[in-house]
Write a protein that binds this ligand. Structure first.
Ligand code: GLY
Length: 306
């Protein structure tokens, strides 16, 4: 049994006309991953699927990442192998096209798990990743509009205020992409994000923190999306894998993990995708939308949903 699932972020998509583009994006990504998975490697499948999502400007990761309060891009990404517990991650990186591939290089070429900021960029250049500007015109326009609203309301720059803003403008929270794949041997999970609009410079979310936004072990793999501070506090991706260790399958473990997020932080904060070591696929959210697509042995076409 082999399987792959991807997500394009949890939140609310206010503009209905964006939904077909989002659904096409997750479908393309799951098929890109599926082609690699058929060649045998969950790791290659996760990297390809996440790269496809990073390269699609509709998603908040890689090209099309959201902008920080001061108008820059600071991206986070991580990848983890379930069998060996090897992991690699980058935080607050800019000037590269595919943070997930840099995260994989951290895993494969260094003794470390997480590189941040200037150091991560220096490492990326050493590894041959070329200079690239991931800021799109659309994101720049959204940033200008949101920043103007913050400034006009005198609410600039504090997370408490930003959370209020997110309630008023839930489209701000259209964050993060991820993939989890099982190749019959191991589960691999990967996640990539531009973070949350108008985040403080230097803010690091859950995505690159192993156990918070990204996790894989011998039981399951998980990639989370939503308000990173929630996942960090609940170590949500690891909690989800622990639910599998305790006997739940991936669908039930996903629900249990999101149940935890709702219990402590309320609705509209989180989503998660998972695969367990039996190849069961699970996903859950407490937001209005979370675009997902998955493929398993025996399926002629991917499942897609939002
Ligand atoms: N979940 C993505 C972030 O909060 O950065």
């Amino acid at each position: 049994m082999v399987a792959i699932i991807v997500h394009g972020g949890a939140g609310t998509i206010r503009k209905e006309e964006r939904i077909p583009r989002v659904m096409n994006g997750v479908r393309e990504a799951v098929m890109a991953g599926w082609r690699e998975l058929r060649r045998g490697s969950a790791l290659d499948a996760v990297e390809e699927a996440v790269k496809s999502l990073e390269d699609n400007p509709i998603f908040n990761a890689g090209t099309g990442s959201v902008l920080t309060l001061d108008g820059r891009v600071e991206m986070d990404a991580a990848v983890m192998r379930g069998k060996s517990l090897e992991a690699g991650a980058v935080a607050g990186i800019w000037g590269v096209k595919n943070p997930i591939s840099v995260a994989r290089k951290v895993m494969e070429k260094t003794d470390h798990v997480l590189l941040g900021g200037e150091g991560a960029i220096k490492f990326a250049r050493l590894m041959g990743f070329e200079e690239y500007d991931p800021i799109t015109e659309e994101r720049r326009r959204q940033w200008e509009e949101l920043r103007r609203k913050l400034i006009e309301k005198g609410e600039a720059g504090h997370w408490k205020k930003l959370n209020e803003l997110i309630k008023e403008y839930p489209e701000v929270l259209r964050s993060t992409v991820g993939a989890v794949a099982f190749d019959g041997e191991e589960v691999v999970a990967g996640t990539s994000t531009g973070g949350v609009f108008l985040k403080m410079f230097g803010r690091i979310g859950d995505t690159p923190l192993i156990g918070a936004g990204t996790y894989a072990d011998e039981f399951a793999g998980a990639s989370a999306t939503g308000i990173g501070e929630v996942m960090i506090r609940l170590v949500l991706a690891k909690s989800a894998a622990d639910f599998v260790h305790l006997g739940l399958d991936a669908p039930r473990a996903s629900e249990a993990a999101i149940g935890l997020a709702t219990k402590y932080f309320g609705e509209n904060v989180a989503g998660i995708i998972m695969i367990d070591r039996n190849g069961n696929v699970g996903f859950a959210k407490n937001t209005k939308h979370m675009s997902v697509a998955y493929m398993k042995d025996g399926m002629p076409e991917p499942y897609t949903g939002i």
